[in-house]
Ligand binder design. Structure first.
Ligand code: SF4
Ligand code: SF4
Length: 246
């Protein structure tokens, strides 16, 4: 065989093996391919992955591990897969997935000393800690958006240029926005220092004057969702620990 023929046969073999390698593996031919497909396309698996990523991110922002959770999951509760009969009763619908998740808050993770807090906070309105927190706070308003007790709204009027259409709507507002305290000549709380102080003292002190109880239910959402990790329990401790002369 000439050198040319030998070279041609080598190329032919490589081409043939290439075609064979490119053949897709039939679905279900092996467990690995099924697992790969599930990892790639299963929405529940993808959702769990995103949940895990979000939980990891929250650990950093909150400065603490999330509370442990007890999860109970029931699938195919009608026993359809094992020969049960179909039913529309809520407790017997086939292929239904019931999931019960119960957080189990850990002890000693983080606390807010509320004894005498009203007077303690209103007694440190000129504390240098407000400047310290203002240096870190982005005034993004996340803490107010996730807080279950924040209720501030604003009214917005819109109309077209011909004056034939107009709409008045109410939308969420935050004490961290500059316009929130806009009066006559401008914003009354025009620095982050003043806006954070307004938020914390209203939530934990003057809310009591207004409604007879604290404005904080202790959920910790403002801590979890603060992009720079500001923690109201830490700020209150700092304000309490280093009192200043007013
Ligand atoms: S911990 Fe208090 S201030 Fe923070 S989001 Fe929950 S209720 Fe609001
Ligand atoms: S979420 Fe954090 S950074 Fe944003 S306004 Fe609240 S305290 Fe400031």
């Amino acid at each position: 065989m000439s050198a040319f023929m030998r070279l041609a046969s080598v190329f032919a073999c490589l081409a043939t093996s290439g075609v064979a390698l490119a053949q897709p593996i039939a679905l279900g031919a092996d467990v690995d391919s099924l697992l790969a497909l599930a990892r790639q396309d299963n929405p529940a698996f993808a959702a769990e992955g995103f949940e895990t990523d979000a939980a990891r991110e929250r650990v950093g922002a909150a400065g603490a591990l999330p509370d442990p959770r007890f999860t109970l999951e029931l699938m195919d509760v009608t026993n359809t897969m094992s020969g049960g009969s179909p039913s529309v009763l809520p407790g017997r619908v086939g292929e239904t997935r019931y999931r019960i998740v119960q957080p189990l808050p850990g002890w000693g993770k983080r606390a807010l000393e509320t004894e005498g807090l009203h007077d303690a906070l209103l007694g440190v309105l000129e504390h240098p800690r407000w400047d310290d927190v203002a240096d870190r706070c982005l005034s993004c308003g996340n803490c107010t958006l996730v807080c279950p007790t924040c209720f501030c709204t604003t009214v917005e009027d819109r109309t077209d240029l011909l004056g034939e259409w107009t709409e008045r709507s109410r939308r969420w507002e935050s004490c961290f926005s500059l316009d929130h305290s806009h009066l006559g000549e401008g914003s009354v709380r025009d620095t982050v220092h003043h806006r954070y102080r307004q938020w914390l003292t209203h939530k934990l002190a003057t809310w009591e004057d207004q409604f007879g109880e604290s404005g904080c239910v202790g959920c910790g959402r403002c801590i979890t969702w603060c992009p720079v990790g500001i923690d109201l329990t830490e700020e209150v401790s700092a304000l309490r620990l280093t009192p200043v002369d007013q």
